[in-house]
Design a protein. Structure first.
Length: 237
């Protein structure tokens, strides 16, 4: 094998070495990005169990991040349903007052924010307490738009545990004093959960890239007073 390597043309050896170096650099960058999100989110991650009594965070606004809908596009799938159920618990316990439902309004599975509003309304939540952002096309965009478009400066963000450190890190980078609460996922298959966790590991690399380049959201919008108006109607904010 060593003889084959020595006899290979120089350009082949240089090419192989370059690929190996680039692969190692990519792996190190990905691992570093994951560590960055975990360190940046430390001290800002909570479970529903942490909310017993007076423990855990409170904020006027809770950001619920969108996810895939069931076939037909009228009901949330388990991951999104879990996020909404946790947000409902925050509302009903008085820990939050207004939900910012941020997702893709033109997603492959349907209008995520519209379904989120409908689900909360069916659960007895006044629609005036739910603000939809149909241009939260990814986690980075949801966080930046929450700050830049809706003027949110303090919030709770709700999503599953594998996603939460990245969401908290990105929202804090966007200028929001945010704490994260782990969303429920009743009935979620472990295999799918682990698959999503692997994808999120890779997504941390994109998150680091977006932050490094201070990327603008894919869709720009003028400032909106929707969140402030919803809080004003409740006598908050």
């Amino acid at each position: 094998m060593r003889k084959v390597w020595r006899d290979a043309p120089r350009w082949v050896r240089v090419g192989v070495r370059s690929v190996v170096v680039l692969a190692l650099a990519g792996a190190l960058f990905a691992a570093g990005a994951v560590v960055w999100t975990r360190v940046a989110a430390r001290g800002h991650l909570f479970t529903e169990a942490d909310l017993a009594g007076d423990g855990g965070p409170r904020a006027d606004v809770t950001i619920v991040l969108g996810a895939q809908l069931q076939p037909g596009g009228t009901r949330p799938m388990l991951y999104l349903q879990g996020r909404l159920d946790t947000a409902l618990a925050l509302l009903k316990s008085g820990r939050t007052k207004v939900i910012l439902a941020s997702g893709d309004g033109h997603g492959a599975s349907g209008d995520e924010p519209a379904v989120m509003r409908s689900y909360l309304a069916d659960a007895g939540i006044d629609p005036a307490r739910v603000v939809a952002d149909p241009y939260g096309l990814d986690t980075y965009d949801s966080c930046v738009r929450a700050r830049q478009v809706f003027g949110v400066t303090r919030a709770i963000v709700v999503t599953q545990s594998y996603h939460l450190p990245r969401a908290v890190t990105l929202c804090r980078h966007a200028g929001i004093d945010v704490d994260g609460v782990v969303a429920r996922c009743d009935g979620c298959r472990p295999s799918q959960f682990y698959s999503n966790a692997v994808r999120d590991y890779l997504a941390c690399t994109k998150a680091a890239w977006d932050v490094g380049w201070d990327r603008a959201p894919k869709v720009g919008s003028p400032p909106s007073t929707a969140v402030a108006d919803a809080l004003a109607r409740l006598g908050a904010g």
